[in-house]
Structure formats: C-alpha cells, structure tokens
Design a protein around this ligand. Structure first.
Ligand code: FES
Length: 224
C-alpha cells in the first residue's frame, strides 16, 4: 500500500497484516545502531551486509539498524533473527563469511560468538549469554524488532493500538479524560492540547473530524 490512510478501517487492516506477518518473520539481521557500536563502525557493517546480500542475490533477508541492546563492550553487535544468534565485535571483513555461512548455509560462525571469560565456552544464542540470561527485558523487549526509521516495525508489535481504541471505541469525553489523567498530558499540551477541544464530538469518524487532532501526535498518515 502506498499513500495515506483515509479512514481507521484501512489502518486496522494494515496493522493486522503487519502483526500477523511478524509472528513468523523471515530471517533478518539486527545491527546495533547505538553510540558505542557506531563508534566501532557498525554503520560500515550495516552497509556491508546490505551490499553482500545484494551481491549474493538474496532479497528476502532484511537488515535492520536497531537500538542498543546494552552489551556495548562487545560491539558492534549483529544478531540474526529468528535464530537468535549473536555475533560480537563484528568487522566489515567478517560480513562475507556471515552471509555465506549463516544465511546461505545456515551455520553459526563460531569465532564471532561470545566467549564466556570464565569457562572459555563459545555461546551462539543471545539468550544463553550470561549478560542476558538473568535479565527480563521490559522496555527493551522489542529492541531487536524495531528499526526506528521504519514505522511499520512499531505497528507490527502493536503500536498505535491505543489510538485505534480511542478512535473506534471511546467517546470524545472519555478520550479527553483519559489524556487529562494520564502521564502523557504534558506531551499533548506541548503538541496540541486536547483539553482545549471544545466543540461536540460524536458520530462516525469523518475526515477532518476533530478527533483526528490525535493524528498530529501519531503519524498515522504515513507513506507505506
Ligand atoms: S551501542 Fe551497541 S550494544 Fe550498546
């Protein structure tokens, strides 16, 4: 789909499709785009991965530039999802082997996996790395799934569900009351204070309906 959504139903359909597709994603790379990894040339690794995939004619493996997963001392970090393999201290020169071994042959590149300093064991799966296996990640739970430049990634993990609920299930007064009582009031006040909307709001949603003021805060009308 390209262009703008003209009604909520179109957006709901689009959301449902993305959520469904995300349940069984194609293999993709998550390359850390945090400050520490960028300082160690993760952007070069990211570009090299895209180029190597292109060269190999592989079109169904995406490369996402994602946020920092916290293990900065081991960066640049590259994860392969959904396998869950984590490669540490990755360099541009490692990229051809990563693509040929891990993508084309389906094998872990053992030399790039984390080495436990105590046991000397090489650990391929990020969930088994001691740094991660005692953590319950809450705020960063979706870190590997979201490239912040792709709004579809956020929608695919349930983003904007609250907006859909507001537009389809709540009365205008309920929306105003919810926002007034919530901790995001300040954000709304900075952008477009709902508390200042005074005209009656009811009936089916129309284009230009005042409820679409919400869209100023939620870029629903994205090009996709
Ligand atoms: S900056 Fe890459 S892991 Fe933190």
């Amino acid at each position: 789909m390209a262009g703008r959504f003209t009604n909520v139903d179109e957006f709901i359909k689009f959301t449902d499709e993305l959520v469904e597709k995300a349940k069984s994603p194609n293999t993709y790379f998550s390359v850390c785009g945090g400050t520490g990894c960028i300082a160690n040339n993760s952007n070069g690794v990211l570009a090299a991965l895209k180029e190597e995939l292109d060269k190999a004619g592989i079109t169904d493996v995406e490369v996402k530039n994602t946020g920092c997963p916290g293990f900065c001392e081991q960066g640049p970090l590259v994860s392969i999802i959904p396998q869950g393999w984590l490669y540490t201290k990755v360099k541009v020169d490692d990229v051809p082997e990563i693509v040929s071994e891990s993508i084309q042959n389906g094998n872990v590149v053992k030399r790039l996996t984390y080495e436990d300093p105590g046991s000397g064991d090489k650990i391929a799966n990020s969930e088994e790395v001691p740094f991660y296996n005692k953590q319950t990640r809450i705020l960063l739970a979706n870190q590997e799934k979201i490239d912040p430049t792709r709004i579809e990634d956020y929608i695919a993990i349930g983003g904007y569900r609250a907006l859909i609920k507001a537009l389809t299930q709540m009365k205008p007064e309920e929306i105003v009351s919810e926002v007034s009582e919530s901790t995001v009031t300040l954000l709304f006040q900075l952008a477009s204070p709902l508390s200042q909307i005074t005209e009656p709001l009811s009936g089916p949603l129309q284009v230009n309906d005042t409820r679409l003021t919400l869209l100023k805060l939620a870029p629903l009308a994205v090009s996709v």
